[in-house]
Design a protein around this ligand. Structure first.
Ligand code: BDR
Ligand code: CA
Length: 277
């Protein structure tokens, strides 16, 4: 199996991404590293522990990472999981410390894939400390498209300097909004999968329904994790990019592989199958 570490700020779509990994035998979930983002670090870390308890994967270590100013409670709920975190088992399990850079240093092998689905703060710290990621997949950014400002996507907007470091030094595959906005877990999808997971999506669905025709949620983060489980799921193309001071992904001088396309009906069927209990 492919060793996988997920850097995450759960988060409703993060929950789907973690569940997808936990229920896929192609990958060996080596750890979750947490970061602030959708909600504060205490909550994202607690949610990571609860999700693993629910998924019966208490063997997977959770390392507490970087704190920062959080803020997507309107999308993900005050608890980060649509007000439904309490429906997952409370976990009194100890975290595996708070040294994410040390964890990467210890656990990365030449085969390890790291998928970063929150603000890029932990990943940038690791890169600055000289860590090399053999394969790094990042959910973030949008080409001419934002979801937090007109041009900036949330994960990159939340820590633009970190996103810049990752774009310039991390050699990532970037999974942008342009692609994830085509990957909608609609009412039918949500009816077909694990209802405990579906029940986390209420706040997110209300938020989107008030803004668009969308009757489901974007499962941004699960799209990025799918590429770790079945390499080649996403079709990529190299672009010359950078990150501006507002966290927008813009044209620049750094070669970046960008995921531009996928067979969504096939990916959707794959996700539904893995996420149904
Ligand atoms: C990203 O921001 C977060 O709110 C989601 O979990 C996802 O990682 C989408 O812009
Ligand atoms: Ca996320």
């Amino acid at each position: 199996a492919i060793p996988l570490i997920i850097d995450t700020d759960p988060g409703v779509d993060d929950a789907f991404a973690i569940a997808l990994a936990a229920r896929s035998a192609e990958v060996d979930l080596v750890g979750l590293t947490t970061v602030f983002g959708n909600v504060a670090l205490d909550l994202t870390t607690r949610n990571a522990l609860r999700l693993l308890a629910y998924l019966e994967r208490t063997d997977v270590p959770v390392v507490r990472g970087a704190e920062g100013p959080s803020g997507a409670a309107d999308v993900h709920g005050e608890d980060g999981l649509g007000g439904q975190a309490h429906t997952l088992p409370e976990s009194d399990r100890e975290i595996f410390g708070d040294d994410v850079v040390g964890f990467f240093r210890e656990r990365l092998t030449p085969e390890t894939v790291v998928v970063a689905i929150g603000p890029q703060t932990n990943i940038a710290k690791a890169l600055d400390a000289g860590i090399e990621f053999p394969r790094l997949i990042v959910m973030g950014g949008g080409l001419g498209l934002g979801n937090t400002t007109e041009r900036a996507e949330f994960n990159f907007w939340a820590d633009p300097a970190a996103a810049r470091t990752v774009i310039r030094k991390g050699n990532p595959v970037v999974v942008p909004l342009n692609l994830t906005h085509r990957c909608i877990a609609d009412t039918e999808f949500l009816a077909n999968v694990d209802q405990t997971l579906s029940n986390l999506t209420g706040t997110y669905r209300t938020y989107l329904a008030n803004r668009s025709e969308n009757q489901g949620i974007y499962i941004h983060d699960a799209v990025a994790v799918a590429e770790a489980i079945v390499p080649g799921t996403l079709k990529t193309k190299t672009h010359l990019l950078d990150i501006d001071d507002d966290g927008a992904l813009v044209e620049g001088n750094h070669q970046v592989e960008v995921a531009e396309d996928t067979d969504w009906p096939a990916l959707r069927a794959f996700m539904e199958q893995r996420l149904s209990v």
